[in-house]
Write a new protein. Structure first.
Length: 488
């Protein structure tokens, strides 16, 4: 049985491992010259930059895949659990460090903001409860199979559904539980972990905080790209064949069954086809002559991002691996992203510095800064005008809060923005996470991991169920493993 996977994003690589382990002959066709899609890497003038994801939670999902390697392959995936998850900065001079143990974070909140520690501890307990009860049903299984709703996990989930805060927004839940405006802002930020708006996204997403602040924040020893690199090695150990510079033009369908792909004008037959390409172009380009699920395809996109990769010729002791510089008006920032589809004058800035942990990522005495602002997906905005404007406000905010003229310290620069995210990964409109989760039904509105009318056709990655972000992309591969035929 031969399986073809279109795309070597993290979801495609994970699917290749699972299908190869199941006994399929697996071929991966990737349009780029490198694997990883959004989770890729580059070097510039002596600085190493992870191009996309920087926050790593639920490492056991990578461990599960590494454990599938061919016997004696000796492939290791070293990573560490971090004590600190993120450093937060506000314009009024307040600084707060979030820790990955609720009690320790609670103590810090009490010291800095005067809010009793148990407010944090109780909040995270509730987030943990929501995550534990809902993940089995909403994330780990297909929502489009009756068997899911007959499974033993469904009863506890249904009995507790009224505790999931489905009918309030994240902001409403946070305001009622946390009250302090800085804490509300800090916990609202978790909506951006799947590219959504905390003022619209359902309260169940407050469960995301449980991952970083309770289960833990992790860091692969050699940076995030190590995830892609390790999983490619595991796939190769199982006999998976990667074809690079090999964009797929079409999925072949005969008698309502996927029979292969067209690549470079040639039909390549397969018994099973998986598209790891964003679901929108999968339909519009690879399945153009099939019925299009317009309601699913036309859902609101998640946010995109503008990233400045800066090689900085100075070290900043007040910064850690993850740092956030908050805007003064968070609500306005999200209204700009999702309503007026532009960028507020004072956006929240995220700065990730892997050289804090992997010293070789920057020359001695220097740091590699990944400076990111959430922006709307690309709907034709004038990015050439917007990008320099945002760069000016980012520089002035960072220089103000860090009391240093940052522009003077930038030795090298590269930029990623919605248009280039789309051209490099085919993600529709450059959205980071497929469709947004701004709707309480969004979990049900994502495309299933299989085609309901075309047999032997599956979908993995961040634009389909269960959603975007590394852990969910890895889960999409697991669901395909559960749904695909066994090899007799
Ligand atoms: C800037 C940024 C920051 C992020 N931060 C985080 C974070 O901190 N934590 C986190 O968990 N997630 C984060 N994410 C999201 C995360 O990166 C994605 O959810 C995940 O990597 C998507 O993986 P995927 O499997 O959907 O594939 P993608 O990475 O989208 O890759 C799809 C692959 O398919 C290939 N392809 C497309 N069309 C074709 C074709 N026709 N033929 C052949 N190949 C094709 C593409 O070239 C690409 O390699 C971030 C993303 C970005 C861009």
């Amino acid at each position: 049985m031969k399986a073809i996977i279109i795309g070597a994003g993290i979801g495609g690589i994970a699917t290749s491992i699972r299908l190869a382990k199941k006994g399929y002959d697996v071929e991966v066709y990737e349009q780029n010259s490198y694997p990883g899609g959004k989770l890729s890497v580059f070097e510039q003038d002596g600085f190493r930059f992870d191009a996309g994801p920087s926050l790593f939670t639920l490492p056991e999902m990578v461990d599960d895949l590494v454990a599938l390697q061919k016997d004696n392959s000796q492939i290791k995936f070293p990573y560490k659990k971090l004590d600190e998850s993120c450093r937060y900065f506000w314009e009024d001079g307040k600084k707060l460090t979030a820790y990955t143990k609720p009690e320790k974070f609670g103590e810090e909140v009490e010291k800095v903001l005067g809010v009793p520690a148990e407010v944090i501890v109780n909040y995270i307990k509730k987030a943990e409860f929501k995550y534990e009860k809902s993940a089995k049903i909403f994330l780990e299984k297909s929502l489009h199979k009756t068997s899911t709703f007959l499974s033993k996990e469904i009863l506890p989930a249904l009995l507790n559904i009224y505790k999931f805060d489905l009918f309030e927004s994240m902001n409403q839940v946070n305001e009622s539980q946390l009250k302090d405006p800085k804490l509300v802002q800090l916990f609202n930020r978790f909506a951006t972990y799947n590219g959504s708006d905390p003022y619209q996204a359902p309260g169940i997403l407050t469960s995301i905080a449980n991952l970083e602040l309770n289960r833990g924040t992790f860091y692969p020893e050699a940076g995030m790209y190590q995830i892609t690199d390790t999983l490619c090695k595991v796939a190769e150990s199982l006999g998976v064949n990667f074809h690079f510079n090999a964009g797929v033009e079409k999925i072949a369908v005969e008698n309502k069954r996927a029979t292969g792909i067209y690549q470079n004008g040639q039909m390549i037959p397969a018994d099973l086809v998986v598209s790891n390409m964003d679901i929108y172009p999968t339909y519009k380009r690879l399945l153009a002559d099939q019925k299009q699920p317009e309601a699913i395809l036309n859902q609101e996109r998640s946010s995109s991002a503008l990233i400045f990769y800066w090689g900085i010729d100075k070290e900043f002791n007040e910064l850690g691996l993850h740092n956030i510089f908050f805007s003064d008006d968070y609500k306005k920032e999200f209204q700009h992203i999702f309503k007026s589809k532009t960028i507020a004058a004072d956006p929240t800035i995220y700065v990730n510095i892997t050289s804090k942990h992997t010293q070789s990522d920057a020359p001695k005495g220097m740091e590699n800064w990944f400076v990111m602002v959430n922006v709307p997906s690309n709907s034709g905005q004038d990015w050439d005008q917007l990008i320099p404007e945002i760069k000016t406000s980012v520089l002035s905010k960072l220089s103000r809060i860090l009391d240093t003229d940052i522009l003077n310290h930038i030795k090298t620069e590269s930029i990623l923005e919605p248009r280039t995210i789309e051209s490099k990964t085919s993600s529709y409109q450059g959205a980071l996470y497929g469709s947004s989760s701004n709707n309480r039904y969004s979990a049900f509105l994502r495309h299933p991991n299989f085609h309901q009318k075309i047999k032997a056709l599956y979908f993995s990655g961040g634009s389909v169920h269960p959603g975007g972000g590394i852990p969910l992309c890895l889960l999409s591969a697991k669901i395909i493993d559960d749904l695909s035929p066994e090899i007799s």
